[in-house]
Design a protein around this ligand. Structure first.
Ligand code: ADP
Length: 422
C-alpha cells in the first residue's frame, strides 16, 4: 500500500504546476469525485492536456467542473487578478459568469449533437487584469465520452488571437484612414478644379485685355519704323526694331495663355486639310532664317509630302520645337529639322545641341506650366505652356509626341508623329 499523498501519481503522470495542483486537489469534494473513481476517458484526457504545451481546458459533468493545463494559465490572466487557481475544480458557470450566457448554448449544442465545434477569431470578452478584456479566440469543443459512451464532458483547445485581430484592426483603421484622406484629397481637388476654372477665366480675361493695347502698341511701332526709315534716323530705327521684337514676344506669350484657356474650355478645334508638309517646312525654315542669325537651321523634307491635318496648328508645334531648340542651346550650334515616314506615319523631329532634358523630366516637360530644372537655373524665360499645347494638338490628331535625350550636354530631339491619311 502506497502513502495517500503518492497515490495520485498512479493516475496523473504529467509534470508542472497544473499537474501538481490536479494531483493534490480535493476532487472528492466535487461532483467529479476522487481521482481513483474517474472514468478512464477523463483520466486519459486530463493527462493529455497536462502534458500539452497548447492551451487546453476540460469541462466535465453536469456542473462543467474544470481542468486546465499550464499553457492555459496565461489566458486566465496575471497573478493578481487571475481566475487561477480558483478555476481548477470550479463550476463553469461560476468561473465564467461574464460569458456563460454566450458559451453555454454552444456547449449544449456540442453535448447534444456530439458534433465538434470549431470557431475562429470570436470576440469573447473575459474578466482578467481587473477589467472586462476584449479577447478574441480561435477554439474547438470536442466531447469526451464517459464509461457508458455518452458525452461526459468537453475538451476545449484554444488559442487567443487578440494580438492578430488588433493588428488586423489597425491595418483596417489605417486603410480607412488613408481612404478618408484620399477622399478628402479628391474633394480638395474637386474644389481645386473649380478654382482652376476661375483661374482660367481670369487668365483668359487678362490676356484679352492685354491683347488690345498690345495690338495698337504694335501698330504704332510699325508706323514709327516706317517714319524712322524715311527720316534715315538709324538710332530710332534700331530702337523701334528692338521694341517690335519685344512686342512680338509679348504677343506670343499672350497667345499662349489664350490658347491654354481656349484649349481647356474645349474651344480649340482641329480643322483638317490636305497639305504638303515639305511646303510647310520650307515656309518655316524661310521664316526662321530671315529672323534668326544665332543658330544654323537645317531642314530635311520627305519625298512623300501630303498630310491631312490642321496646318496652322501643326505649324505652331514645329515653330515651338524650333523656338525651344534655339532657346535652350548655345549660339552658333545647329538645329536640325527633319521629316521621315515611319510605319505609315509622318515623323517630324527637331534636334538641338543644347542642355538636354534629364530622364525623369522627359514626360513632365509636356505638362502644363512645367519647366525643367536646367531652364529655370539657366534663367531662360518662359511659362512652360508651349509643349503642353503641342502635346494637346498632337494628341487631338491621334498622333504621338515625345522627347529623346542625347547624352548630357549633347542636346535633345523632340518628335511628333501624325497618321498619314492619303
Ligand atoms: P517654356 O520654354 O516656355 O518654359 P515649354 O512648354 O515650351 O515652355 O517647355 C517646357 C520646358 O521644357 C522648358 O521650360 C524647358 O525646361 C524644357 N525644354 C523644352 N525644349 C527644350 C530643349 N530643346 N532643350 C532643353 N530643354 C527644353
Amino acid at each position: 500500500m502506497q502513502p495517500a499523498t503518492e497515490q495520485p501519481y498512479l493516475y496523473i503522470f504529467a509534470k508542472g504546476e497544473m499537474a501538481d495542483r490536479t494531483r493534490l486537489f480535493a476532487w472528492e469534494d466535487t461532483p467529479v469525485g476522487p481521482i481513483s473513481s474517474w472514468p478512464p476517458s477523463l483520466l486519459i484526457t486530463v493527462n493529455q492536456i497536462l502534458d500539452s504545451s497548447f492551451p487546453m481546458f476540460i469541462w466535465w459533468g453536469d456542473d462543467f467542473i474544470q481542468f486546465y493545463n499550464d499553457a492555459y494559465l496565461e489566458i486566465l490572466g496575471d497573478d493578481n487578478d487571475s481566475k487561477h487557481p480558483k478555476a481548477l475544480g470550479q463550476k463553469g458557470e461560476e468561473c465564467w459568469q461574464e460569458i456563460w450566457g454566450l458559451i453555454y448554448p454552444l456547449l449544449g449544442q456540442v453535448l447534444i449533437t456530439a458534433q465538434p465545434l470549431y470557431l475562429e477569431d470570436q470576440l469573447i470578452p473575459i474578466y482578467r487584469k481587473g477589467i472586462l478584456d476584449q479577447v478574441y479566440w480561435t477554439f474547438s469543443y470536442n466531447i469526451i465520452r464517459n464509461n457508458s459512451g455518452e458525452a461526459g464532458g468537453i475538451l476545449v483547445i484554444c488559442s487567443e488571437t487578440t494580438k492578430k485581430m488588433v493588428f488586423q484592426q489597425e491595418i483596417v483603421n489605417q486603410l480607412t484612414d488613408s481612404n478618408l484622406r484620399f477622399e478628402s484629397l479628391i474633394n480638395e481637388a474637386t474644389v481645386g478644379k473649380e478654382e482652376e476654372q476661375r483661374k482660367n477665366d481670369f487668365i483668359n480675361m487678362v490676356s484679352h485685355e492685354l491683347k488690345t493695347p498690345i495690338t495698337s502698341l504694335s501698330a504704332y511701332l510699325q508706323l514709327l519704323e516706317i517714319k524712322a526709315k524715311k527720316k534715315d534716323d538709324t538710332f530710332i530705327s534700331i530702337a523701334v526694331e528692338k521694341a517690335i521684337i519685344q512686342v512680338k514676344k509679348m504677343t506670343a506669350l499672350i497667345n499662349g495663355f489664350l490658347n491654354i484657356s481656349r484649349l481647356e474650355s474645349g474651344k480649340i478645334q482641329i480643322d483638317r486639310e490636305k497639305f504638303d508638309m515639305a511646303v510647310l517646312l520650307q515656309e518655316i525654315e524661310d521664316e526662321f532664317t530671315a529672323t534668326i542669325s544665332s543658330h544654323i537651321i537645317k531642314v530635311t523634307t520627305p519625298c512623300e509630302n501630303m498630310v491631312y491635318a490642321d496646318r496652322e496648328k501643326i505649324s505652331q508645334v514645329i515653330n515651338n520645337f524650333i523656338t525651344n531648340a534655339i532657346k535652350y542651346s548655345p549660339a552658333g550650334t545647329a538645329v536640325e529639322v527633319s521629316c521621315v515616314m515611319v510605319d505609315d506615319m509622318f515623323q517630324v523631329s527637331v534636334k538641338d545641341e543644347g542642355t538636354g532634358i534629364s530622364d525623369n523630366e522627359k514626360d513632365k516637360v509636356f505638362e502644363r506650366f512645367y519647366r525643367a530644372a536646367t531652364a529655370v537655373s539657366g534663367l531662360v524665360s518662359g511659362f512652360g505652356i508651349g509643349l503642353y499645347l503641342c502635346a494637346e494638338i498632337i494628341q487631338r490628331h491621334q498622333g504621338q509626341i515625345w522627347v529623346e535625350n542625347n547624352l548630357p550636354g549633347k542636346g535633345s530631339v523632340f518628335y511628333f508623329r501624325l497618321p498619314a491619311y492619303t
